[in-house]
Write a protein that binds this ligand. Structure first.
Ligand SMILES: NC(=O)c1ccc[n+]([C@@H]2O[C@H](COP(=O)([O-])OP(=O)(O)OC[C@H]3O[C@@H](n4cnc5c(N)ncnc54)[C@H](O)[C@@H]3O)[C@@H](O)[C@H]2O)c1
Ligand SMILES: C[N+](C)(C)CCCC=O
Length: 553
């Protein structure tokens, strides 16, 4: 495929999307002067705060925008704006809300390429992945729009002809706090169910990726939501804290790291607020010797190198049955070396740039430490400078495969959040299940085998929220997404807020099984050179459990 710069033909449309946009060509030319806060149906500068953060284009290392962090007053104004809109929105019927959400989904679908381009410029992920992210985003809105009209309470017969009833009531103003790896998609995951249930939202994206979510806010207004229903405040820790502590915020939905998740839970506890946490992971990927080898190799790439490895549910602990260790490792290294790293806006790029310089340094340190602890770098792991001079200050590295790993190494225990795969040999099913579960995390897991009974047995034994059989990293919006242990709350596909929901002591999990041994996401298959018949068998199951009266559907 001949690489072609994507942005040029989109410039007029991006100018329409973002009138203040100064952009003349592809990667390396985007800059944004428009305000990044959104309140009462309009972009504006924050009323207070004003600490300035630089926003980068990871592909080039250029500053593309200046972010003014919101102070306490601005956060309060955003919450008050949401409160006012809540009065209108919460009185609308589910069907009325459904229509507005569907219209928002339609606009996103129509503007998919432009939004994906913005996402790529600000996040650094390849454009082909960003497009898939935006597709999941509008699908998420469609999914919850479809549920909005069927929210209903219960009628309970009482003695003597009396009766009682329950009502589904929205909570009020919900706070959404997002991570930087899926900026637009995370905002949709949080906004769609909350708004479908009649809530309002104040959303704070990561200060590293503040741009695309403001576009989402504009689309919501354009689709017919009351002004102020979805507001955006920008900033980092302090802004997030103002939001969490605000007395009129009724619930917090958070996506981010475990340490921050702990702090969010503490703040929520102080205000007796329900909280939903979608946190980090260090998921196991188990490759049995009876797998279809080529697909298992594809699965390992899917599980480790999407979005430069900056994916919460990545299967970074790759357990390989000793009988096929050498063959598998050789093949995975060969394929990893072929991954094209470079300008994320080019069609044939498969891995773009990491989010920023400090994060790149952090990933490099993990690799250094792995070597010191005895791991062997089988490929990659070094910094990479693409030939194109405008990319020379970008945050690139080559995808890395580590061999000779053991369970006690830091690279095997901690979430690296970069393109680093650790390979670990195993001998028996019992042993690998125990080792796979021996982690503080529990977000996802994967199994590659032709033995379908073994596959389901192992998946059932994994303490993980989302499991994949003969594929990896596909999460259709219909399925629950969430984790065990430190990875956050269990969640439902029909949640209260975010893609996570009220829960009880049970553990709703989901599994995607693909008997053909192929990835479910058609568009990714040729990209990662997956071959063969496409057959998808979803077998998601999630129990509904009564929790908060308000957001449980
Ligand atoms: N489970 C999931 O669905 C999921 C999805 C994406 C990312 N993640 C996880 O997110 C992490 C990477 O994201 P990150 O580096 O942005 O995480 P992070 O925890 O550093 O930040 C997440 C968000 O919280 C805000 N924040 C930070 N400290 C805060 C505080 N004290 N109070 C309020 N807000 C605060 C940040 O500004 C940001 O918006 C990884 O661990 C990854 O696994 C999880
Ligand atoms: C869409 N994926 C690949 C399942 C990623 C979900 C978000 C986790 O970081």
């Amino acid at each position: 495929m001949v690489p072609r710069p994507l942005l040029q033909p989109l410039v007029p449309r991006l100018r329409r999307l973002l009138p203040g946009l100064a952009m003349s060509s592809a990667t390396g030319s985007f800059s944004l002067q428009q305000p990044l806060n959104y309140r009462g149906g309009a972009r504006l500068q924050p009323a207070d705060g004003g600490q300035v953060e630089e926003v980068y284009e990871p592909a080039t290392g250029r500053v593309i925008a200046k972010l003014l962090c919101s102070g306490e007053k601005e956060v309060d104004l955003a919450v008050q704006s949401a409160k006012a809109a809540f009065k209108v929105w919460s009185q609308m019927s589910g069907m009325e809300r459904c229509r507005v959400l569907l219209e928002a989904a339609r606009i996103i679908r129509e503007q998919r390429d432009e939004i994906a381009t913005l996402e790529t410029i600000n996040n650094g992920k390849s454009i082909f992945e960003a497009r898939a992210d935006i597709d999941v985003s509008w699908q998420c809105l469609e999914y919850y729009a479809g549920l909005a009209g069927s929210l209903a309470g219960e009628h309970i017969q009482l003695p003597g002809g009396s009766f009682g009833y329950t009502r589904r009531e929205p909570l009020g103003v919900c706070a959404g706090i997002g991570a930087w790896n899926y900026p637009f998609q995370i905002a949709c995951w949080k906004a769609a169910p909350a708004l479908a249930c009649g809530n309002a939202m104040v959303f704070k994206p990561s200060p590293f990726t503040p741009i695309s979510v403001v576009r989402l806010a504009e689309i919501f207004t354009q689709a017919g939501m009351p002004k102020g229903l979805f507001n955006v405040v920008q900033g980092g820790v302090a802004t997030g804290q103002f939001l969490c502590h605000h007395p009129d915020v009724a619930k917090i939905s958070f996506t981010g790291s475990v340490p921050t998740g702990v702090k969010i839970m503490e703040m929520a506890a102080k205000g007796i607020k329900p909280v939903t946490l979608e946190l980090g992971g260090k998921s196991p990927l188990i490759i049995f010797s009876d797998c279809a080898l080529e697909n298992a190799v594809n699965g390992a790439l899917m599980a480790n190198f999407l979005t430069q490895g900056e994916v919460c549910c990545n299967g970074t602990r790759v357990f390989v049955e000793r009988k096929i260790l050498d063959t598998f490792t050789k093949e995975v290294v060969k394929r990893t070396q072929k991954i094209k790293v470079g300008d994320p806006l080019l069609e044939d790029t498969r891995m773009g740039a990491l989010i920023n310089r400090p994060h790149l340094d952090r990933v490099q340190n993990f690799i250094k430490q792995a070597k010191e602890q005895g791991a062997q770098v089988l490929c990659g792991g070094d910094l990479y400078a693409p030939d194109d001079p405008k990319l020379k200050n970008g945050f690139y590295m080559r995808p890395c495969v580590l061999g000779n790993c053991t369970d006690d190494m830091t690279c095997v225990k901690e979430e690296i959040f970069g393109p680093v795969m650790s390979i670990l040999p195993f001998d028996t099913e019992e042993e690998v299940v125990e080792r796979a579960n021996n982690t503080k995390f529990g977000l996802a897991g994967g199994v590659f085998t032709r033995d379908i009974q073994k596959a389901h047995r192992v998946v059932a034994a994994l303490n993980a929220g989302m499991c994949f059989i003969n594929n990896y990293n596909v999460s259709p919006v219909e399925l629950p997404f969430g984790g065990y242990k430190a990875s956050g709350e269990q969640c439902l596909a029909i949640p209260g807020l975010g893609s996570a929901a009220p829960r009880g002591g049970d553990a709703p999990v989901s599994a995607v099984a693909d008997v053909s041994g192929l990835c479910c996401v058609a568009e990714w298959i040729p990209r990662w050179e997956m071959k063969g018949k496409l057959e998808r068998r979803g077998c998601g199951f999630g129990k509904r459990k009564e929790g908060d009266k308000l957001l449980y559907i």
